[in-house]
Design a binder for this molecule. Sequence first.
Ligand SMILES: [Zn+2]
Length: 139
Amino acid sequence: MAWACGNCGAQASRGSVTFDHKGRTVRERCQHCAPEEFDSAFRNPTDNRIYPGPQAMPHLYKRDKNDVYQAKDELLADTAAAWEKGPTERAVQAKRDTRRTEPLTPEEIEKTRHWAEQVLKPALQKGGMGAAVAALNPE
Ligand SMILES: [Zn+2]
């Protein structure tokens, strides 16, 4: 669905709108008038990849003396606060609507076991977690 950018007027599929505290639009940008704001892979939902935290939010991580990424206090505090808040009403409702209550059938167990043996295990042995994630998310 295209959207008309308020800054340049282009029809864009991706944009950024900044509002003030009263909900008035302060600024609009799109991939045409501010491409530098949309060149991050993480912000491109069409690439179907899973990004690790430091790659997705580099400003929220720092490297320690062993060159290992560590979450900054700000990220830890935000995560703890989100954890304290618990699930959203929408998440609770989605769980209610989609929760499975019957046990797996023997066929389902066998099918899953077969998939784990034939697809997941070789992927893990060949390429570790990255390959396993790719196996879980085919095209
Ligand atoms: Zn624009």
